[in-house]
Each structure stands twice: as C-alpha cells, then as structure tokens.
Write a protein that binds this ligand. Structure first.
Ligand SMILES: O=C(O)c1cc(C(=O)O)c2c(n1)C(=O)C(=O)c1cc(C(=O)O)[nH]c1-2
Ligand SMILES: [Ca+2]
Length: 679
C-alpha cells in the first residue's frame, strides 16, 4: 500500500504538467480545456471567496469605454493580457502593479473595420516572448520582461479591404499562428503562420477561393463548391477570427472558419454550392499549412453561423478504442464531436433550440435544412440568432468527467434580405438584416420563442451528447467559463456577478457582485501557495447595447481586471452611471423635413452600426446627447476624422457634406421635437 502512495506522490511531482500553477496559453493547455487542476479554492470554502485587487488603469480613448474579451496569461508571477485598442499589459500577479505596457498605437481609423468593437481576445507566450496581434493587422513579438518589441510584421494581404484582428495568436512548435476578421465587410479569410524567431512568414492558408486560377486540388475542390456566378468583389468571407488549436500529438492545427460575404448563400453564390470552407472546421499540417481534412458544420450558410467558436481537443471511447476527437459548439446550435484523425463526424446534437435545421442526416452527416429559415423574398425566423447559440465566450472541458461547461445564448431573430449594396469601401456588406420577431412571425416560434433572449450556463456530457444541468437564466451575453478540479465552474455575467457553480449538479455556490459586466473567461493561478481567480470585465464586443438586467445600466461601463482569493475584501464597484438624457441647448428651430428624413436613413445605414438609436443605452456615445457645439462640427468629425483618435473614424469615402447636413438636421429636429413635447 505504501509504495502505491509513493508512486502516486511521484506521479504528482513528476507528471503533473508544468502548467498546473501558471496559465501559460489562451486555453490553459494546448488542448484548450480551461480545466485547472488547482483545488485550494473548492466546494468547501468557496463561500470565502472575495476581492484581492484590481487593475483599472486601461488606455481609454476619448469618452468611449470598450469591451474586454481577453483571457489573461499568468507565467512565472506575471499576468499578461491585451485590452481595447490592442494595448498589452504586464502586471505583477501578486499585487497588480504594472510592470510594462505596450501600446501599438492602432490608428483610430481602424475602428471603421470593427464589426464588433476594437477588442482583443489575448496574447500568446513562448520562451520569454509575448506575441500580440493588433487590431490593425500587425503581429508583434515583445520581450516578456520589458515589453520591448523584438519584431513586428504586417499580416494583411490587402489593405484596401476591411480586415482587422481580434483573436489571440496561438503557438504551434516554433511557429505562431494568427487569423483575422472582416467577414461582415467582404474580405477573403486566411490564416498565417510565422516563425517565432524572426517573424518571417512560414505559410498561409486561404479558406475560400480567390480570383486567381486554381493550381492545387484543394483550391479546385473549394472552387467546385461555389457557383460560377459568384461575385468575387465580396471576396467570399470565411475569416478565422477566433479558434485555432495546435494538436501536439498529430502535428496539426485545427482552424474554425467564419461566415460568408455576403450572408445569404443565394446572393453570394447564385446557383448553389456548399461554399467551402465557410462555417467549417479544417485540419492543416502545422509545419506546412497543407490541407488534411475538413468538416463543414453549415453548408451554404446564410445566418452568420460561424464555426470559429472554441475548439477543444479530447479523447473519447468508441467501442473498445480511444479516439482522439475535437469538440466544438459553433453558433449554429449543434454540439459536434469529430474524429481528429480524419474529420469523421462522430456525433452532433443540438445544445439549444434549433429551428434552421431539423437534425443531422446520419448517412450524409449533413444538416437537414428547414426551408423556413431561407429568407429569400420573405422573412426567415431563425434560432439560434446571428450571435449564435454560443459565440466566442470560451467554454471549459473536464476531461475526467467528459463534461463541457458551455455559455449558451438563447435567442431567436428574424432575418431579412437587404438589397442595399452601394459598395463603398468600409461598409458592412452582409446584404441581410436581423430584427426582433414581428407580430406576424413570432407566433410561429411557439415554445421556441419563450423567454428569449437570455443566457444560460449548461453542463454538457460529451460522450452521451446530452445536457447534464442548466443554470437559471441570466441576462443575455454572459461570459466565458473556467472549471477547476476543486469541483467548481466559474462564469461572469452581463449583470456584473461572478458566479461559481457546483460542477456536478449545477448548484449555485457563490455569486459576487462586481458592478461590472463580465464577458471574458476567468482564469486561475497559484502563487506563493495562494490560489487566485482573475477575470477581465467591461462590456462591448458584438453586443452593442446594454441588455436588460446588465450592470452598465446601473454602473459606469469600465475596463477592469478583477482578481479574487479566499478571505478577500469587499468588491469595489464602478461609479453609478450618469443619467444620459436627450439634451441639447442647440438654438435651431426651423427644419427642412425632407432633409431630416434623408438624414434618418443615412443614420440608419452608416451610423447605427456603432451608435445606438435614440434612448437605447450603449457604451458608444449617443448622438442624441452630444454637447451642442459638436452638432456644428459634425462635418469635420465625420468627413475629416477630427475625432478619429477616440475611435470615430472618417467616412469621407461614403458620405459627403450634404449627407452630414442631413444627418445633423435629423438629430436636431428630433431633439427639438422632444423639447417641444416636454414644454
Ligand atoms: O465574420 C467575422 O469576421 C467576424 C469577426 C468577429 C470579430 O472578430 O470580432 C465577430 C464576428 N464575425 C461575429 O459574427 C460575431 O458574432 C462576433 C461577436 C464578437 C465579439 O467580439 O463579441 N465578434 C464577432
Ligand atoms: Ca461574422
């Protein structure tokens, strides 16, 4: 008996992975499980969790606070993370003292290419280097001790298109991999691998065909899945904007590919076709980038059903053998288990209510399309909605229990085709719009429409492909997840709570009110014998307006890093939110109604993708509550970029002086009308 214990002890000392106390990569380990083996904080003492310290000194431009989506890294006592505008921070992980900060000075104009805020999901660490990707497309290697740049390389192939980067780079041996974003603007997706040593390009893989002739069998295979009438001025889409995973066992990387440009397949590729590799998982040789296999989750996608969501590597029993699998819950509502060796679909089951499809055909392994989801010539009511049943918010996987803890979005929206296609560089090019189900369509949802939108956390048995438990509903757009061997699952919420659940049965065991909406995933680390939980807070990203029940309706939306430990203190909250009322003392009293009505349309086409409509609370400043003098300087702001540093880009390529007069007329007329009503 004693030698068994000794062996176990030896195992613990020597075979414990090196990352047991650090958090050295985006998903904790190469498999990206986000399951930590730390147990100091556990089910018995979770009630004692409290506040340790916070870091609040983020680079903020102008009045606009942005979202925080990064997963911090903790390596040898230092925390590394990226915030809005791709600024990288290195902090003492015990105290929160800033060690260095690297600001890549992303041009404010780059915000023009943001579908979903100027955010960043994190950095990579390897051999005393921090590798960061900037929103405007550069990959930078920094000395981890000092933050001094070692090399910097431009990852964009075509700067006339609206590419951006929000995803975290991933390390694969001596290479670093990075994709990009812009699927909503008309770009051609690709992933690039660079040598860590000097930043030189090792390989690049395009996810959709280009305009050049096809030389390889893979590009011919892709091409054959697109119509010959494809309008390549949209460039196809297929951005690799989030998940890339390195399989150390097989020397491969798996990439998750995004939606097409434009969204409706019938507009994109008239005449049909699956449009490879949109909405697909693709396996590539890590050293060369050569194609190995793919599995397309949503053939001919028309709903922004990206397959960019987190990919986690696992092993599952199948008969008598152990199969290396990858698991993913993409936006489209199905949970996939795929054989890593060959891309074979092992199983797929809906993790939320799904209306666009009636299941996966067991023979063809393809989804069975529900024709009602097609919105050509009529609205299509679809669940999940375009933000997905699951978005970028990371999930966690306990490999022993074979259970995933998944942040799920419950939402249904109505899609409509949108003729607008006045192609100006820098405009959203999706040719579709989404709206709340109308009185005409919502009865069609039946019980599929109940209580949406909201968030839930689900425990999902990967082997059985079924739900184990589900949390109570939370405000929409809840955060990423961390699971620990202490029997706990952590998740932040838009309502500002950091919650801990009993992993086995989903009982809520702690709920700490931080006053700050949390979208990012928590991490945990251990230093000097003390376990910490750290999470970035701050609302933004693809969620533009503050959801009902969310913290920023009550407290100022601020970027924060919050760190917790046992027997901590009371959590300080941000200041109460200043009331934002429509107000101006502008003196204009007579209006040109035709001009104002044109302005309303221009606002909707160009401004509303960032600025919310009147009365809707959001973190991008409202155009209904500007200081009066700004209404008279709109032209210099919009056409000459006088506020571009703050992230209000120049629109001289798509709007002119007459347009600005119209937008101004609309806003001032609306404010005047309101003032009249009040008197
Ligand atoms: O197609 C794309 O290139 C692309 C990029 C991004 C991004 O990089 O943030 C998002 C999306 N799509 C997207 O569809 C989406 O729902 C989304 C949410 C968020 C976010 O940060 O909250 N980004 C993105
Ligand atoms: Ca997208």
């Amino acid at each position: 008996m004693r030698w068994v214990i000794a062996l176990v002890a030896l195992y613990c000392i020597f075979l414990q992975p090196a990352w047991s106390e650090d958090w050295p990569s985006y998903g904790l380990n190469p498999e990206e499980t986000r399951f930590s083996n730390l147990t100091d904080i556990n089910l018995d003492n979770i009630g004692r969790l409290g506040f340790a310290w916070s870091f609040e000194n983020f680079v903020v431009r102008g009045r606009t606070h942005r979202g925080n989506e990064a997963t911090p890294l903790m390596v040898a006592g230092t925390l590394y993370f990226s915030g809005p505008w791709s600024v990288v921070y290195a902090l003492d992980a015990r105290t929160g003292t800033l060690i260095w900060q690297y600001d890549p000075d992303v041009a404010g104009q780059a915000a023009r290419s943001a579908c979903c805020d100027v955010i960043s999901r994190g950095v990579a660490y390897t051999n005393d280097r921090i590798i960061a990707a900037t929103f405007d497309g550069y990959l930078v290697s920094l000395n981890a001790q000092t933050g001094t740049p070692v090399w910097r390389t431009d990852t964009f192939t075509d700067r006339s298109r609206n590419y951006s980067i929000t995803g975290a780079p991933r390390i694969a041996g001596d290479l670093v991999l990075i994709g990009n974003s812009g699927g909503e603007f008309g770009v051609r997706g690709y992933v690039s691998a660079y040598h860590i040593l000097d930043g030189s390009l090792a390989w690049r893989f395009y996810t959709v065909p280009g305009v050049e002739p096809d030389i390889s069998d893979v590009s011919k295979m892709m091409r054959n899945s697109w119509s010959i009438n494809t309008d390549w001025s949209y460039a196809g889409g297929g951005t690799v904007w989030d998940s890339i995973v390195y399989d150390t066992e097989m020397g491969r990387v798996y990439i998750g590919v995004g939606n097409g440009s434009p969204w409706p397949a019938w507009e994109r590729s008239p005449g049909g076709g699956d449009n490879l590799f949109l909405s697909s998982l693709v396996a590539l040789d890590a050293k060369t980038g050569a194609y190995i296999w793919h599995y397309q989750t949503t053939p001919a996608d028309s709903w922004d059903y990206t397959a960019t969501q987190q990919i986690t590597l696992a092993h599952l029993a199948e008969g008598n053998s152990h199969v290396p699998v990858l698991i993913q819950a993409p936006k489209n509502g199905y949970f996939y288990v795929i054989d890593r060796r060959n891309g074979r679909l092992i199983s797929a089951e809906p993790y939320t209510k799904v209306t666009w499809s009636k299941g996966i055909d067991p023979d063809t392994k393809r989804p069975i399309l529900n024709e009602e989801a097609i919105y050509s010539g009529k609205p299509g009511l679809v669940r999940p909605a375009h933000m997905g049943g699951h978005n970028w918010q990371p999930m966690a996987y306990n490999p022993d229990a074979q259970v995933v803890f998944l942040p799920v979005l419950e939402e249904a929206l109505e899609y409509q085709g949108y003729e607008k296609d006045r192609y100006k560089a820098g405009e959203i090019r999706v040719k579709a719009r989404v709206k709340q189900p109308s009185s005409e369509t919502s009865p069609l949802l039946g019980d599929y429409g109940e209580g949406v939108p909201h968030s839930v956390l689900k425990a999902w048995d990967v082997a059985l492909q079924k739900e184990v438990w589900s949390s109570d509903p939370m405000p929409w757009w809840a955060g990423g997840v961390l699971a620990t061997a202490g029997g706990l699952v952590f998740q932040g919420g838009a309502d500002g709570y950091l919650r801990a659940y009993n992993a086995e049965d989903g009982t809520l065991v702690a709920a700490l009110d931080t006053g700050s909406a949390i979208m990012a995933a928590p991490i945990t680390y251990r230093l000097d014998g003390e376990q910490y939980i750290a999470v970035l807070a701050g609302f933004g990203g693809g969620a533009k307006t503050f959801p009902s029940g969310s913290a920023p309706l009550q407290f100022e939306n601020r970027e924060r890093l919050l760190v917790f430990k046992l027997d901590g203190k009371q959590i300080p909250k941000p200041p109460s939110r200043a009331a934002t009322t429509s107000r101006t003392s502008h003196s204009q009293t007579s209006f040109d109604f035709r001009l104002a009505s044109r302005g309303q349309k221009l606002f909707s086409d160009h401004c509303s993708r960032c600025h919310a409509f009147k009365g809707v609370p959001a973190n991008i400043p409202s155009l209904w509550s500007m200081p009066p003098e700004l209404y008279d300087t709109l032209e210099s702001i919009v056409l000459r970029g006088s506020m571009s540093y703050a992230g209000m880009p120049m629109f001289a390529d798509s709007l002119d002086s007459e347009d600005i007069k119209a937008i101004r007329e609309y806003l001032l007329f609306d404010l005047y009308r309101e003032r009249k009503k009040q008197h």
